[in-house]
Design a protein around this ligand. Structure first.
Ligand code: ADP
Length: 259
């Protein structure tokens, strides 16, 4: 059974003045442990798609399922990672990574144990009692990811998590975050406007059309160099440029059409 399934999904936003049809006829299945990237013109409905999986919004049409059950309200199986880390400056790193567990009223001792284990495993063990302001932007985003992992989600939704960072940090962090998510066996959906990030992190890249947005193409990302390559290695792989050019051309088509 697929872990995430969207069947004939549509979503419209209604305000007093107008209806905005964001998504139309979306069909998607994601297997456990798979990493999917979503790219598309700005405002086409990528974040909306994530909000359907997280249960923040209900589809206007069709059905969204996680593990064969219809999503109804915020699902504890789902964790978010956003562009801004939203760390609390008045709490130390350990206090920050256990905050989600506190909100969910998980056992405090257990959450702290898990948090310390994850911080240690992913190179932040020496920073548990530092304040967020003492960390680099990349480290802060790793802390934000660990905060979510402490709540033990099965699915990670990543909404432009690197876009506030400088280019060098983005490249390194993409490698690190990809490594952590694969190591933890999580299923992930990444929304990004960066084609090279989309290709280098994902098993499949989904290109969306302009609004009302449908899935225009899904690319299976496979390299002759082997499976399980890091984003860094994928960027160097022979077929990488072919994927890049194909997706670039397709996105150009959608953007030009929308002008
Ligand atoms: P993307 O993530 O691809 O940039 P979004 O999913 O944020 O796009 O938005 C898709 C469309 O839906 C946009 O036209 C946006 O203005 C509109 N939209 C998003 N959220 C709301 C909302 N809460 N109410 C009304 N319209 C919305």
């Amino acid at each position: 059974m697929a872990q995430i399934e969207l069947r004939d999904v549509g979503l419209s936003y209604f305000t007093l003045m107008q209806e905005t049809e964001a998504l139309r006829d979306i069909n998607l299945t994601v297997e456990q442990g798979e990493f999917i990237s979503v790219v598309g013109p700005s405002g086409c409905g990528k974040s909306t798609l994530l909000s359907l999986v997280s249960g923040m919004h209900k589809p206007t049409k069709g059905r969204v399922e996680i593990d064969g059950r219809e999503v109804a309200g915020n699902s504890p199986k789902v964790g978010y990672m956003l562009q801004h880390d939203h760390l609390f400056e008045w709490r130390d790193v350990l206090g920050n990574v256990t905050v989600g567990a506190e909100i969910r009223r998980m056992d405090r001792k257990k959450a702290e144990g898990k948090a310390l284990e994850l911080l240690e495993r992913y190179g932040l063990g020496g920073f548990a009692h530092h304040n967020p302001s003492q960390l680099s932007g990349g480290m802060r985003q790793r802390v934000a990811l660990i905060r979510t992992l402490v709540t033990e989600p099965d699915i990670m939704l990543l909404d432009e998590p690197f876009s506030a960072l400088d280019y060098q940090t983005r490249l390194t962090l993409a490698d690190e975050i990809h490594g952590i998510i694969k190591d933890q066996g999580k299923t992930a959906i990444l929304v990004t406007h960066d084609i090279s990030e989309a290709i280098s992190m994902a098993d499949r890249v989904m290109v969306m059309s302009r609004r009302p947005s449908t899935i225009s193409t899904v690319y299976d990302i496979r390299f002759e160099e082997g499976t399980g390559l890091s984003p860094w290695r994928k960027r160097e792989a022979a077929r990488y440029n072919q994927y890049f050019n194909a997706i670039w051309r397709e996105l150009e088509g959608h953007v030009v059409f929308a002008r």
